[in-house]
Design a protein. Structure first.
Length: 544
């Protein structure tokens, strides 16, 4: 600490000691609660993105089980004379063999048949889910989950002859690259793109947030987009909205929050005065360096958010999101534990823990009267890059997803003082790409199109949207009998990410002209949708 810094610190300490002043941000919970009315659940909407990092294998997540499709599936994914292990799941109704090796199809049992809905395009098809998705199957049949088939990054409508045409220039850049396709799914640009489509939507919708709240600017700019996964993602970045990042259990802050019996206060080394002094000191400009000022701005914002939410964020050790009396969420196997289908052991589910924080943050909005009307959340689960050991690894990851979806659906239905929030929160899965149809020996390689779930009370569920692909046979590495499969059976998407984003954006309340500006397409949030027929922009999986 320099002499100047020491002087500034002592000056701040003297001021705080003499006046017992409140924090300069003035973020006391009582003032907030008095200043703004509590949010009504009827006008609140949130979008939750569950990103499956690594490229989820769509072929073993949602399966076509009509006779021709199943024959092609088994032909490509079964074990071969070359020594490859089978990565083909077993037919619906096949009883699991409990004493079979945990990473084998026999141990998992048969796929789970689902209703195919009423869409004419799928009249001749039959569908099923991976054996690990038992609770997702129930949610689907209850009408709270829909499936969007063969969705991926597209610039224009693309058919197989386009793909093989060397002169076709409208292919997305850097296909099959993890980082670039993660970015493209989230922002329509390769790695290095700075603004995501949720962040841009948040820029447009943030004016609905924090109305009449004394902290309106902080709420709009920092709590409209939130990532409880602790990692950065471009999807939430806006031009004016800067996402708040936390871990799955606490809001980061200076020191720690302690319950004193008459309320909770922040302390450093057990001293509230020291915390107040350090907060004041760190909030006062003390350098002409732009780098220092930028860092100080980030730190100040973090402290402001912690002060705003610290006393309002409900404990994780309470219903409906936690178990009373369990003070460590890592020990709450009752609520946050999933059972691995591979070894039968119950473990904490990190994805469920992130969704627990989402639920707690939604309730903090009610408790503190923050008046947030629109929010975007992003959580994630890794381990989907299944080049080998696919049967066991993929079953375990999907078991975590299955438990997390059912957990979140249950929690939202029991939110305190708000009733059933499922109609106000829509959750969907995404991933950078699907995987190859072919068996590489013990796994799959990078693909393109994929199938995804959309969950919520506002979802027109029990239906498969988009156009489910036809399965073909391979000659070498080329699929010649299916217009939907390119090399190694990677899916050629028939629905774009833009379509998914448009349908979700309209439900959130973003005007159609903001999503797609046909007069100046590059200024719209969804730059590629103008290339597709406008009659199909809204995919129809959301209720009005």
């Amino acid at each position: 600490m320099t002499r100047t810094d020491r002087r500034a610190f002592l000056k701040q300490l003297s001021a705080v000691t003499a006046s017992s002043a409140a924090l300069p941000m003035g973020l006391t919970l009582s003032a907030i609660t008095e200043a703004s009315a509590q949010s009504s659940p009827s006008d609140y909407r949130a979008l939750v993105n569950i990103f499956l990092y690594g490229g989820n294998d769509a072929y073993n997540t949602v399966l076509a089980t009509d006779t021709a499709s199943w024959a092609a599936y088994v032909n490509q994914r079964g074990g071969g004379a070359d020594g490859s292990s089978s990565i083909a799941l077993l037919p619906a109704g096949t009883t699991a063999v409990s004493n079979a090796a945990g990473n084998t199809p026999a141990h998992l049992g048969g796929v789970r048949a689902i209703s195919k809905g009423t869409r004419a395009v799928h009249a001749a098809r039959q569908f099923a889910l991976h054996p690990s998705l038992a609770q997702t199957q129930s949610l689907y049949e209850a009408g709270r989950v829909a499936i969007l088939s063969n969705v991926g990054t597209l610039l224009t409508p693309t058919i197989k002859t386009d793909w093989s045409n060397a002169g076709f220039t409208n292919k997305p850049a850097k296909l099959f690259s993890h980082n670039d396709q993660q970015s493209t799914w989230q922002s329509f640009g390769v790695e290095g793109t700075t603004l995501g489509w949720a962040g841009k939507m948040a820029d447009d919708l943030k004016a609905l947030n924090g109305v009449s709240n004394p902290n309106i600017d902080l709420l709009r700019d920092s709590l409209t987009c939130v990532s409880p996964s602790g990692t950065a993602s471009v999807w939430l970045n806006g031009a004016t909205v800067s996402p708040m990042r936390s871990d799955a259990t606490v809001i980061p802050g200076l020191g720690s929050r302690v319950n004193t019996g008459s309320g909770s206060v922040n302390q450093i080394y057990g001293n509230h005065l020291l915390h107040s002094t350090m907060t004041a000191f760190m909030s006062t400009a003390a350098s002409s360096s732009n780098l220092v000022k930028d860092h100080q701005s980030v730190v100040k914002r973090g402290m402001q958010i912690n002060g705003l939410l610290g006393g309002a964020l409900p404990s994780f050790a309470q219903a409906p999101w936690g178990t009373a009396g369990i003070g460590n969420p890592w020990a709450d196997l009752n609520k946050l534990g999933y059972t691995s289908p591979v070894d039968g052991i119950k473990r904490i589910n990190p994805l469920a823990m992130q969704l627990q924080m989402v639920a707690r943050l939604i309730d903090a909005n009610r408790v503190a009267g923050l008046a947030m009307k629109r929010q975007f959340f992003m959580v994630g689960l890794g381990g989907f890059d299944t080049h080998d050991g696919q049967m066991g690894a993929h079953a375990d990851r999907l078991a975590q997803l299955d438990h997390a979806l059912a957990y979140f659906d249950s929690v939202l239905s029991q939110m305190p003082s708000t009733g059933d929030m499922r109609a106000n929160v829509t959750t969907f899965t995404s991933s950078e790409f699907g995987r190859s149809f072919t068996n590489n020996g013990d796994g799959t390689d990078h693909g393109w199109g994929s199938h995804h779930f959309i969950m919520g009370g506002a979802v027109n569920g029990k239906e498969v949207y988009g156009t489910f692909p036809n399965y073909g046979t391979v000659s070498g590495t080329t699929f010649t009998a299916s217009d939907d499969q390119i090399q190694n059976g990677a899916l050629l998407p028939t629905t774009s990410v833009d379509h998914l984003a448009y349908t979700l954006g309209r439900w959130m309340g973003v005007p159609g002209g903001t999503l797609v500006n046909t007069a100046a397409p590059l200024s719209g949030i969804l730059p590629n949708l103008k290339n597709f027929a406008s009659s199909g922009w809204d995919l129809g999986f959301m209720k009005a």
